[in-house]
Design a protein. Sequence first.
Lengths: 162, 80
Amino acid sequence: VTVYKFLRPGGMSTFTGFPWPLPGDGPGAWVEAPVEPCRSGIHACRPADLPIWVAPELFEIELDGEIVHERTKVVASRARLLRRVDAWDHRLRDAYARMCADRAHALARELPAWDATIDPLTRYGAALLGYMAARIAEQRGGPAAYAAERAHQAAWLAERLN
Amino acid sequence: MAEHLSCQEVVELVTGYLDHTLDAETHSLFEEHLNFCDGCEAYLDQMRATIAVVGRLGEADVPPVAREQLLAAFRDWRGT
């Protein structure tokens, strides 16, 4: 199974700002951090986790050492970036945002008093639109519908990233 | 309901997040919210900046008049 790492522009970690050693002709340098819930460890995405952690840059990452599977991520004690996923560019991010907005509209149509307009081209990012679509699904069908919508988003991404 | 944090809950939990005292699941839910919510991300940045600035202040940085006003305010507060 391919494991991914979303980063901010320039290869910066989304939450800690850690500057990741980027891959060049080969993989980036190994990074180590002991696994300690909430405090330490290298976080990565399984394909099903991708919609939760959407960010501007996407890399394939190799995990090593202690590996712990959590609800929405994998945490490892050692990892290195293998390659940037070039398919995750602004066009695919925009297409993903559009897909999520369309799904949100389609799901909301049957809800009472739905009159909002969700515009994927406004300041809303792809991560927020994915969340909105999943929450609207949850409003209609409960937690299982939320999970199903997230699974749909993950499948949409996986199909285009591989 | 599936588990999510609202913006209000994120505001209430921000100190725990910065102090690393949230349990693993709440910590994860906090970051899941931050990843899509620009407003809460900005709030977290403001909290970090405030802590960085206030953390550099020493007693000598407080002017005597302000120091006396603060002490008086706390004396009054304790007495009510």
